[in-house]
Design a protein around this ligand. Structure first.
Ligand code: F6R
Length: 249
């Protein structure tokens, strides 16, 4: 089902598989239309189905990443790139190793940098030098975070080093042996990079995202729910499965 809610285009899909096919198709259409597209990429469990489908489309000769440039939203800091929980590792595993994107065109905040402040500034400069993001893909935290822009007192514009929210550490502990192993800090792009993207595609799957999705679309615009700022962006598409959309209709 497709509808407009509070000026946001929303697709409500039956299940995660349909959501993944739809989001991969939107990304493919963007790359077909603008081969040198600058994609803003996210990690996490929600994106895995989308990347699987993009890999399938690429192997079927239906999408060409040879001119695509990508910037990931965020990365734990510090973490070894070789660690199987780093987002560097995730991106290679789920997408980069299986499509024809050029390694030099992919960017992820450097989790091994000596100085995180310098890395944040350099990362943001690189995004600006590429003219910003054409299509920004977002997941959403149970707490409404986008990238690792966590709930707080202000929307932070710049790329920054962030202490992860307790709820994020808890949510992400499902990927680790135990909660203590989850990195406590990360580097994330700020709201300026997200909000100046030409188009935004936000994906949400599962019951745990229902409240965040409701607040994102219908709630007050507040840094307590970081994704609520998307109400101010002119070109946002949200794809939710039935569970994540439970409070919408
Ligand atoms: C990760 C990111 C995060 C995730 C969010 C949802 O790069 O940007 O905002 O999108 O935490 O994660 P999952 O999909 O694992 O529920």
């Amino acid at each position: 089902m497709e509808c407009f809610l509070n000026n946001t285009k929303v697709f409500i899909d039956e299940n995660y598989e349909e959501l993944s096919l739809r989001s991969a198709q939107i990304i493919k259409n963007q790359v077909d239309a603008v081969p040198g597209t600058v994609l803003g990429l996210a990690t996490g469990s929600t994106l895995i189905g989308t990347y699987d489908e993009l890999v399938r489309l690429h192997k079927a000769g239906e999408v060409d990443f040879s001119k695509v440039v990508s910037f990931n939203l965020d990365e734990y800091f510090p973490i070894k790139k070789s660690d199987n929980q780093s987002y560097y590792y995730y991106m290679k595993k789920h997408l980069f190793n299986h499509v024809n994107i050029l390694a030099e065109n992919t960017h992820i905040p450097d989790s091994e940098a000596a100085d995180y402040e310098a890395e944040c500034a350099a990362y943001e400069e690189k995004i600006t030098a590429h003219g910003g993001i054409d299509l920004q893909i977002l997941g959403i935290g149970n707490n409404g975070h986008i990238g690792f822009n966590e709930p707080g007192d202000a929307f932070i514009s710049q790329a920054h080093y962030v202490k992860l929210d307790e709820s994020t550490i808890k949510a992400n502990s499902r990927f680790f042996d135990n909660e203590n192993d989850v990195p406590k800090h990360a580097i994330t792009v700020g709201m300026r990079t997200i909000m100046t993207a030409k188009k935004i595609l936000l994906l949400a799957s599962g019951e745990k995202k229902a409240e965040a999705i409701f607040q994102t679309i219908h709630g007050a615009i507040t840094p307590r729910v970081p994704a609520s700022i998307l109400q101010l962006h002119p070109n946002v598409t949200i794809i939710a499965d039935k569970e994540a959309a439970r409070l919408l209709l």
